[in-house]
Design a protein around this ligand. Structure first.
Ligand code: NAD
Length: 250
């Protein structure tokens, strides 16, 4: 895509201090959008915002009681913030499960709820949720993550049905393993739970089913998000763009 296809659009990107969110924020800004970089990490958010000429908004998206009252206005919402935790189900702390569902499913619901009235009024909106291959298939030891990512697919479809007549699309991007701090920080935990070294986790767990045999780059996910936010994608709604290097084809 070339040119400022999103000029005069205001985009809210959550978890944009790091990884995929930072790449999405940069891509949307390069297309002309004014980007609000939402993150709990104040320093990282300020860094991204400065780099892309956007604005930082420091917010803890797990505090959903506060979020219900928060004001958000956007033409584009990218629900990206997320965390991972790996543990056998019988030892997965219930508080952690609830926390992850708040951050990765309830917050996207609340943010969508906050931005929809403005989108409906203007007759245009793009909502993209960063789900995962684990929104389509399960993986042992990731009960909260898999539940939240599956839930996002359902939520996205409901938003798509309700928003279609009012110019609002809603879609998920389902990436395979992307080279970001989230994956790098989990290598040691995954190694412990699988009884492997971190190198073995990359080759035998993360890339075992990848056809392209490499991690995906954050910029590749950002390009998919940019397409879904583009004026050309107005008929693409309620669907998933799977960006997994052939992982789910096998
Ligand atoms: P990352 O750790 O690099 O970035 C996540 C961002 O979310 C961080 O900036 C973090 O500060 C922010 N965040 C965490 N808790 C928050 C909170 N309570 N409030 C506000 N912000 C908070 O991770 P990433 O790999 O870029 O992941 C981004 C999204 O992509 C996540 O939803 C993740 O599940 C999804 N995803 C990642 C991969 C992968 O392989 N990296 C694959 C599929 C999907």
């Amino acid at each position: 895509m070339t040119g400022p296809g999103l000029s005069a659009r205001r985009a809210v990107v959550t978890g944009a201090a790091s990884g995929i969110g930072a790449a999405v924020a940069a891509r949307l800004a390069a297309l002309g959008a004014h980007v609000v970089v939402c993150d709990i990490d104040a320093e990282g958010a300020a860094r991204t915002a400065e780099r892309i000429g956007g604005e930082a908004r420091v917010i803890d998206l797990s505090r959903t009681a506060d979020l219900a009252e928060a004001e958000f206005d956007a033409d584009i919402l990218v629900n990206n913030a997320g965390i991972q935790h790996v543990a056998p189900l019988e030892r997965f702390e219930p508080e952690r499960f609830a926390f992850m569902l708040r951050l990765m499913l309830e917050a996207p619901f609340l943010l969508t709820r906050a931005v929809l009235p403005g989108m409906y009024e203007r007759g245009w909106g793009r909502i993209v949720h960063i789900s995962s291959i684990h929104g389509l298939r399960a993986s042992a030891y990731k009960s909260a993550y898999v539940s939240a990512k599956h839930g996002l697919l359902g939520l996205s479809k409901v938003i798509a049905l309700e928003g279609a007549a009012k110019g609002v699309t809603s879609n998920c991007v389902c990436p395979g393993y992307v080279r970001t701090p989230l994956v790098e920080n989990q290598l040691a935990d995954q190694a412990a739970v699988h009884g492997l070294s971190t190198d073995e986790v990359v080759s035998e767990v993360l890339l075992a089913r990848s056809a392209v045999k490499r991690l995906i780059e954050p910029g590749e996910v950002a390009a998919a998000v940019a397409y879904l936010c583009s004026p050309e994608a107005s008929a693409v709604t309620g669907t998933e763009l799977v960006l997994d290097g052939g992982w789910s084809a096998a």
